[in-house]
Write a protein that binds this ligand. Structure first.
Ligand code: FAD
Ligand code: NAD
Length: 472
């Protein structure tokens, strides 16, 4: 049976882009329907940001306990060797996911957003059919929804290698986030965000890990000075990284992967599981999107600075619109589109979208790197302050890494920040704020930063760029 409903705003996809758009639309009194085929919270809450960060924490706690049991802690603490109840740890992670996704459902209800559980299929720019999720054994009903504005927020999916598709021993991040048992040996293909965040998790839990990267260094999207401390830490941890290495496929005996190194030699790396993390692609196939004939950038929907597609009143946000595929970008775009639909004047022109890689140590960047500033033709100055000279970093046993600032030489306007070190993800707020507010080096240098904190390194980097650092 098919029912028909009319609404002002119809959102396809309940990830951070779609659900934030729905919440803001609800606040603004716009009649809104949100269609979600799988689970509210999307990739981010269910199989992305949150579960990966939970496992990073779990693995770090286990690893710390193991180090203490090793008996050479300079802190003088000794414990007996830890054991891991993996099922309990995974249940803890799933509990966090459940709490957050239930919270999203409650917030949508509070803001009077109608949530339709089912897969959407686009009929035209104002009409969508939804195959409703049916109770076990019952026939699925479908619903036709007509809208004035259609917001596409269908996210992204992992890229599969054509010669080594997902399934069996070949895992995507989704399976790697919910292991029933730990493999003895894991091969990770791709030394990007997912490969290194999850590769580190598995290694800290005791798994032998080999990382295969096609490019000539790990984290090629970041500048080399930032990735170097991560490479060194991976080596200390016992993660074997193979850069400039081509993956050829699974070995015939099914017990490893075949690779070809820079020297042209073929060899087999033993592995009972393979995590493929070679990027994600916008989810633009399989639900009738092509019928709209929108302007596309490859698999991504092309949008302007207001997230309008090439068709009137059809909007697109988040991973579906391409890089950077980050949850906070999707949320910011979603909030903006709701306001535009309500008649406000908005543009998506952030001064910076911070990016954090939750490796150990962490990396955070916001705005321009020194190379990017030079490439943009800006006469820029830069200065770094090492955590080796920061008291708080020493008390946290983490004095590796640094904070770097990039600013215009003529008026000291800050153009970018980069940092690598333990817990530097939390500096991202200060970095983004200073860029968004148009701060100059003198503003940060003249702000009293609490002592002892890692944030003092931010102030010191600004002071150093002005030629007057105090603690180095
Ligand atoms: P998604 O979150 O992908 O949501 C899209 C939703 O649309 C899904 O729920 C899907 O079921 C639904 N959908 C799709 N098609 C249809 C249809 N036809 N009908 C109905 N529903 C449909 N980003 C960060 O910023 N920080 C991190 O630390 C981070 N960690 C990550 C870790 C991992 C392992 C992964 C995989 C990703 C991570 N990301 C991280 C990226 C982040 O998850 C995405 O950028 C973000 O989820 C994108 O939000 P979105 O709303 O565009 O799409
Ligand atoms: P990625 O783009 O970060 O890294 C992919 C890596 O795989 C690259 O280094 C690339 O050179 C390499 N590669 C590609 N093909 C290869 C091949 N055939 N053999 C060997 N190496 C190969 O992609 P990802 O790690 O899959 O993550 C996908 C996206 O998810 C990210 O771009 C990011 O937007 C998002 N994400 C963000 C976070 C975060 O914000 N902390 C965490 C996880 C994921």
């Amino acid at each position: 049976m098919q029912t028909q409903t009319n609404t002002t705003l119809l959102i396809i996809g309940g990830g951070p882009g779609g659900y934030v758009a729905a919440l803001r639309a609800g606040q603004l009194g716009i009649p809104t329907i949100l269609v979600e085929g799988e689970a509210l919270g999307g990739t981010c809450l269910n199989i992305g940001c949150i579960p990966s960060k939970a496992l990073i924490h779990l693995a770090e706690r286990f690893h710390e306990a193991q180090a203490l049991a090793g008996g050479d802690s300079p802190l003088g603490i000794q414990t007996s060797a830890p054991t891991l109840d993996l099922a309990r740890g995974i249940a803890w992670k799933d509990g966090i996911v459940k709490r957050l996704t239930t919270g999203v459902g409650a917030l949508l209800k509070k803001h009077k957003v109608m949530v339709v559980q089912g897969w959407a299929r686009i009929v035209d720019g104002k009409t969508v059919d939804v195959e409703m999720r049916a109770a076990k054994g019952a026939r699925a009903d479908s619903q036709r929804i007509r809208c004035e504005h259609l917001l596409l927020a269908t996210g992204s999916e992992p890229v599969a290698l054509p010669f080594m598709p997902f399934g069996g021993r070949v895992l995507s991040s989704t399976e790697a986030l919910s292991p029933e048992a730990l493999p003895k040996r894991l091969a990770v293909v791709g030394a990007g965000y997912i490969g290194l965040e999850l590769g580190t998790v598995y290694r800290k839990l005791g798994v032998e890990v080999d990382v295969i990267e096609a490019r000539d260094r790990i984290l090629p999207a970041y500048d080399a000075e930032l990735s170097k401390p991560v490479a060194a830490a991976l080596k200390t941890l016992g993660v074997r990284t193979h850069v400039s290495t081509q993956l050829l496929g699974l070995s015939e005996d099914g017990e490893g992967v075949r690779v070809q190194g820079q020297d042209g030699q073929e060899r087999t790396l033993a592995a009972d599981r393979v995590l493929v993390a070679v990027g994600r692609r916008p989810r633009s196939r399989g639900f009738g999107l092509s019928a709209l004939m929108l302007d596309m950038d490859g698999a991504a929907v092309r949008v302007d600075s207001q997230c309008r597609s090439s068709m009137r009143n059809v909007w697109a946000i988040g991973d579906l619109t391409g890089e950077p595929m980050l949850a906070h970008r999707a949320m910011a775009q979603g909030e903006m589109v709701a306001e535009l639909v309500a008649g406000h004047t908005r543009h998506f022109e952030p001064a910076a979208i911070a990016a954090v890689c939750f490796t150990d140590p962490e990396i955070v960047t916001a705005g321009l790197s020194p190379e990017q500033a030079t490439a943009a033709g800006v006469d820029a100055i830069q200065a770094s302050f090492p955590f080796a000279a920061n008291g708080r970093a020493m008390t946290l046993e983490s004095s590796d890494g640094f904070v770097r600032v990039v600013a215009r030489r003529d008026n000291h306007l800050i153009l970018g920040w980069q940092a690598v070190g333990r817990a530097v993800s939390e500096l991202s707020a200060a970095f983004s704020q200073s860029l968004e507010m148009g701060a100059r080096l003198e503003d940060v240098a003249g702000t009293i930063h609490a002592h002892p904190t890692l944030g003092e390194a931010v102030q010191e980097a600004a002071l150093r760029a002005l030629g007057r650092p105090l603690h180095i």
